[in-house]
Write a protein that binds this ligand. Structure first.
Ligand code: ATP
Length: 218
């Protein structure tokens, strides 16, 4: 059993997340890929961050037609800030014996890892797949690995050995210039978001009046 954990704020989930997840699932032969919307992310405190209940529901709608994708409410069920180390630890306890865990995150998020809670413990818990994102070259990741683990991989290394026999891979995905910021911005300006995210997610946003100015004021 190969289990992927894909964390993010998903505010809202969009095609960039889904295409990236699908290509990682395929490349790493992942049996089940679980999207984990962050309830109270320490790094993205923002007035634009809508209630986790909506972000969770949109993620569920987005993956409903994929037999290998799933959504976990684990960070919403826990009180306090959402720390990845606690989430991965919980998955490790539940699945560790029978599953190989892959924590999937974009290079933009990875570059902030030195500021996360207990990053060295996180590195010992699972494998990592770091995906590409425009504007964030992989070579900057060497500094992060050096700061946290004292490892300096050769430039251009495509994978790095981690403690406890784990591996970190750098994986280039199809560049897709969609972000949640772009979608929120378009919604606020009453522009179309069709095809930037799944149809059911678009319908959910429109029917709940999410990300509109009136919603922000309420
Ligand atoms: P925001 O614009 O609000 O900062 P975002 O679009 O970056 O949000 P997140 O929920 O923060 O979305 O992203 C979760 C993960 O998905 C991150 O690791 C990020 O690198 C990755 N990701 C988001 N958008 C894309 C994209 N278009 N292509 C590849 N990876 C992406």
């Amino acid at each position: 059993m190969r289990l992927g954990i894909f964390g993010g704020t998903f505010n809202p989930i969009h095609m960039g997340h889904l295409i990236t997840a699908e290509h990682v699932r395929e490349a790493f032969d992942i049996d089940r890929l679980i999207f984990v919307p962050s309830a109270r992310p320490p790094h993205k405190p923002s007035p634009e961050l809508i209630d986790g209940v909506h972000r969770l529901e949109m993620a569920r709608l987005a993956v409903a037609d994929h037999p290998r994708f799933d959504v976990s409410p684990i960070e919403h069920e826990r009180s306090g800030r959402s720390y990845s180390v606690e989430t991965v630890e919980a998955f490790h306890q539940e699945w560790g014996g029978e599953a190989t865990l892959f924590f999937v995150l974009g290079i933009d998020a990875f570059l902030e890892m030195a500021t996360w809670r207990e990053p060295e413990r996180l590195f010992a818990l699972c494998n990592f797949v770091i995906t590409s994102r425009a504007g964030f070259p992989f070579d900057q990741a060497r500094q992060v690995l050096s700061d946290i683990l004292g490892i300096t991989p050769p430039a251009e290394a495509q994978h790095v050995a981690l403690p406890q026999g784990r591996t970190l891979w750098f994986h280039s995905v199809l560049p897709i210039g969609i972000s949640s910021t772009l979608i929120r911005d378009r919604l606020q300006r009453r522009r179309s978001v069709k095809y930037l995210l799944p149809g059911p997610v678009e319908s959910y946003i429109l029917s709940h009046h999410l990300y509109s100015d009136s919603n922000k004021r309420s």
